[in-house]
Design a protein around this ligand. Structure first.
Ligand code: NAD
Length: 313
């Protein structure tokens, strides 16, 4: 069957790179990018684009029918730091967009869904180190509550209605093509930009705040590998733990200083510190490795080299 893909929230940090990669793999014409706003020039010129509100069921249904879509990547969401400022808007966007897509799949209008979860599903009572797949969760942020609820609904729609939905608990993602969109791990992208433009950075988290992180190339590869796996291999229909590396702001600063010796960092923690403190330090992703062969390729050293090389030009 011809694969026709819709990416919702395609202009964001992940959606942009996901769109490029899927277009390279399957061809530009069969990968429809959509968002509530227009994206950057390269994205807008790389293939078809639809202005689309993920919370509008009828509009979504129309786009899916028009382009004969069978696979949906739902990347639209309000992220952790912004969601704390607008709790009800975050809940409404994060849940309604997911229900719309799950219900379209239930009605057999699409056959496969990717929806990202996050390490934010874990909370202050979760074991912090090497956090297992199944453990105490109790998220304490609006974003985390929406992601944990989303996971439960994904599993429910799979078990009850046979919906082929797949999900990953992404760690903080580091990329150079698009800026991050209001998360707690945004510092780990901003720091590289500021290192090159100003030679210094004021970090909104404490020096020792260790969080799970991943370079974007690994995250996109994990997403495609999960989506291409045989359905029988996907034993977890809530969301898989996914990991690559864990580091602190001080460790990134040292890693940058090995390329830019004069680089200086200062710490002025703000409200995002409390969010970061509620999350795990490192993640056990052995289930992803066992079920569909996941293995990360980028550590901090390699990530720093890639970020500085690509942002310099
Ligand atoms: N970036 C990370 O580090 C990270 C980590 C864990 C999970 N995630 C998850 O991955 C997904 C994508 O994250 P991202 O970092 O690319 O986010 P982002 O904020 O960069 O992008 C989200 C996109 O959704 C769009 N959007 C917002 N409201 C919309 C609506 N009503 N209809 C259609 N589009 C709408 C925005 O315009 C934006 O382009 C989210 O579900 C997020 O929770 C991201």
């Amino acid at each position: 069957m011809q694969k026709n893909i819709l990416i919702i929230g395609a202009c964001g940090q992940i959606g942009t790179e996901l769109t490029y990669t899927l277009r390279e793999k399957y061809g530009s014409d069969v990968v429809i990018a959509s968002d509530i706003r227009e994206g950057n020039e390269p994205l807008m010129h790389s293939g078809p684009f639809e202005l689309l509100d993920a919370t509008d069921y009828d509009a979504l249904e129309e786009v899916i029918a028009y382009h004969e879509i069978n696979e949906v990547y739902l990347m639209a969401a309000m992220l952790s730091a912004t969601a704390e400022k607008f709790p009800m808007r975050a809940w409404s966007l994060n849940m309604n967009s997911l229900f719309n897509v799950l219900n379209l799949a239930k009605e057999e209008k699409v056959s496969k869904i990717f929806w990202p979860s996050s390490i934010a599903v874990f909370g202050p009572n979760t074991p912090k180190d090497n956090t297992p797949q199944n453990t105490i969760m109790e998220p304490s942020t609006v974003y985390g509550i929406s992601k944990q609820s989303g996971e439960r609904w994904c599993e429910y729609y799979h078990n009850k209605y046979g919906v082929d939905v797949r999900s990953l608990r992404y760690p903080g993602l580091i990329s150079w093509k698009t800026m991050p969109g209001g998360g707690t791990t945004d510092y780990a992208v901003e720091i590289y930009h500021k290192a090159l433009s100003d030679g210094s950075y004021t970090c909104f988290l404490n020096a020792g705040t260790k969080l799970p992180m991943m370079f974007m190339d690994d995250a996109i590869r994990a997403t495609l590998e999960l989506m291409e796996s045989d359905s029988e291999k996907i034993q977890i229909r809530s969301a898989y733990n996914l990991a690559a590396m864990s580091f602190t702001p001080s460790e990134v600063a040292h890693s940058i200083a090995s390329h830019i010796p004069e680089f200086k960092i200062r710490y002025e923690p703000d409200t995002r510190q409390a969010i970061a403190d509620s999350w795990p330090s490192s993640i056990d992703d052995s289930k992803a490795e066992k079920d569909w062969g996941w293995k990360a390729k980028f550590d901090l050293k390699r990530t720093t080299a890639e970020m500085l090389k690509n942002l310099k030009v």
